[in-house]
Design a protein around this ligand. Sequence first.
Ligand code: COA
Ligand code: MG
Length: 303
Amino acid sequence: MRIQRSILSVPGSNWKMIQKGAASEADIALLDLEDAVAPASKADARQVVIQAFTELDWGGKPRTFRMNALDTPYFYRDLIEIVEGARGAVDLIIVPKVNRPEDVYVVDTMLTQIERGIGQERHIRLEAQIETAKGLINCEAIAESSDRLNSLIYGPGDYSASVQMPSTSIGVMDEWDAVYPGHRYQYVMHRILAAARAAGIRAIDGPFANFRDADGHRTSCLMARAMGYDGKWCIHPAQIEVTNELFSPSADDIAWAQRVIEAYEDANRNGLGAVELDNKMIDAANIRMAQATIDQAQAAGLL
Ligand code: COA
Ligand code: MG
């Protein structure tokens, strides 16, 4: 599975932005049919998305769209028209507002039959947005609900709305965070992360909406990275480069991981389980952490 540090959301009705997204350095540029497209433009946007998948050069990026949620009259046409219309050119679909594992089952089942209908053998992959109270309390079951699932994605704006947490801008720390002791989203973010990891899939953070505030976006990336997230949504091209950088291991991280692995292998050869390296204790847990860093570095093309 291709690395997923930056995921740029591009309004699926805006051809100019779609061209920019396809050519961007984002790991994924998703064409949004949900919240970035007005109701009156939903039907036309599907044709734009088909054209984008069949005509543009995506530079190896998976051709990805976000469908409308299952509680709308748009969702089934999104799936049928785009997957049939693009004839094998859809790689990945983001499912918003997943509330229960059955939601994924509906999409999975429809896709299985559409794929059979057009003779497509390769299975389209799915990612589930967890952004409602119901989605959160069911996120462990959602994470295990389909072999097609790549990741769980935390959706900060809709989640705040769903639980009635006051918030002035999507994914941004505001005056409400200032009065709250601790991190207001720690519980939801860590629960989604643990559900994803328990199911062996990825965890992706949602966007930071104040796209002119580069420092705020950087802090938001670092908080998600510190928590263990694999990547983050971007809503503007200016957010891509720093997101790729902050979700890749640094040169120091990689060098340290390599030294840990060498030191531990050395220790094992001498019959030792725990040893000292730079005044720190190293044991089998460090090997697992170091190996995770090496895997990330390899996926990012840094090794
Ligand atoms: N994808 C691709 N290109 C984008 C982009 C995006 N998400 N956001 C901006 N751009 C392009 C603009 O078209 C512009 O291109 P140009 O220089 O060739 O004219 C350039 O990047 C600079 O854009 P800028 O003028 O700074 O911003 P804007 O006012 O055009 O757009 C937003 C601001 C917020 C409307 C826009 O970033 C956007 O629509 N973001 C995505 C929204 C979305 O997908 N929401 C749902 C998911 S959370
Ligand atoms: Mg949302």
